[in-house]
Design a protein around this ligand. Structure first.
Ligand code: HEM
Length: 340
């Protein structure tokens, strides 16, 4: 099927994303500078006489992709560009029929104007290294997005996958992502939960695991922990865990790891990182609550200190000072002879 001639292909792509949902985030629109443009194009398309059911054939997709990239360049060539990555096709290197679009490292700075390039963060200054980025604005304020548009053969629509994370690699929470969305997308988000499915919003759909099942995964090669009613598969994280793998293995073998996790007083970075390892919830757990407020700096260290234990040496110095003071007072009052 040839694409409908009246249909701006770029809009087709966008409509498919928002109508059929799957995993879509229209931050894309903002990043593309299409925020104002798309609603107009959509109504134009909706009003068209063309009977279009909103799906695309694989050929339409390829055709649309090329037009979409062209349009993107026209709208704002200072933004990062989409790249077409062909899937390797066995025996036919010339065939580019299948592939996906990718655009990575789209920067978004919180509480101020959006930036979409490393250079944008620094204005016209030259970017020297990552440290410069951190110095220029608070590390936590910079969100990075990677986007991939893939054709879904099941639903016959393009699907936008995205990944949002901080400069240190920690995944963003849905709340953080929502703050980055333009008003138009927020409205869509409020109207249809299926338009935007994220790892976090699909939590309810996650599998429930019984405590006995969780306890079967307590080895170095397969390690799950349950914390605050959520189940985390931390097998791949064990080696990288700053507190060492043994503590997690121990906590995993001991059943619910909530108390052990809380006792350490993990930072907000650690808590954000956890989201990347969620695989389900604990069956029968009353509610999935959030980890306690992260602690930082001296407070965190304080929690780690062992409970105070006192011995004689702890009192030696005060006793010596007290004894010397008493000796001086006694000498002055009873032994010292007044000068003539
Ligand atoms: C998904 C689960 C976990 C993640 C993502 C995680 C992550 C981290 C991170 C990033 C740190 C570095 C300090 C910080 O930023 O807070 C840390 C330290 C630590 N974690 Fe975990 N952790 C997890 C589970 C656990 C569990 C179950 C225990 C059990 C006792 C534990 C014990 C520790 C200890 C002892 C430290 C060292 C604290 C220090 O020396 O500063 N962690 N963890």
């Amino acid at each position: 099927m040839e694409p409908c001639p009246n249909l701006p292909v770029v809009t087709g792509l966008s409509l498919c994303l928002s109508r059929h949902g799957c995993r879509a985030l229209s931050t894309l629109r903002k990043a593309a500078g299409l925020v104002d443009l798309l609603p107009d194009l959509q109504s134009e398309t909706m009003g068209s006489a063309c009977q279009w059911d909103g799906t695309l054939s694989p050929n339409d997709f390829n055709y649309s992709v090329a037009a979409f990239c062209e349009r993107w360049k026209e709208v704002n060539d200072s933004l990062p560009q989409w790249l077409w990555v062909p899937f390797p096709v066995a025996g036919d290197s010339s065939c580019n029929a299948a592939g996906y679009l990718t655009m990575e490292n789209v920067y978004h700075q919180n509480a101020s104007e959006e930036v979409s390039h490393e250079e944008s963060i620094l204005g016209d200054e030259e970017l020297s290294d990552d440290a410069t980025v951190v110095q220029s604005c608070s590390e936590d304020d910079v969100h990075v997005y990677d986007y991939h548009i893939v054709y879904s053969f099941n639903f016959r629509v393009p699907v936008l996958y995205f990944r949002g994370y901080r400069l240190d690699g920690c995944p963003l929470k849905l709340d953080d992502i929502e703050k980055d969305l333009p008003a138009y997308s927020l409205k869509v988000l409020g109207e249809s939960k299926w338009t935007f499915m994220t790892q976090e919003s699909t939590m309810q759909a996650l599998k429930k695991y019984s405590p006995s099942e969780i306890s079967l995964h307590a080895s170095k090669k397969d390690c799950w922990v349950s914390i605050h009613g959520k189940v985390y598969d931390v097998t791949t994280f064990l080696e990288d865990h700053p507190g060492g793998e043994d503590v997690i293995l121990h906590a995993s073998a001991g059943g619910d790891a909530t108390q052990a996790f809380e006792d350490v007083g993990h930072s907000s970075t650690a808590i954000s990182m956890m989201e990347g390892y969620v695989i389900g919830t604990v069956e029968g757990h009353a509610s999935v609550d959030e980890p306690s407020k992260p602690v930082s700096g001296p407070q965190r260290l304080q929690r780690k200190l062992p409970p105070p234990s006192y011995n004689f040496s702890d009192f030696l110095l005060p006793l010596l000072v007290l004894g010397s003071a008493f000796a001086a007072w006694y000498y002055l009052n009873f032994y010292s002879v007044p000068k003539a």
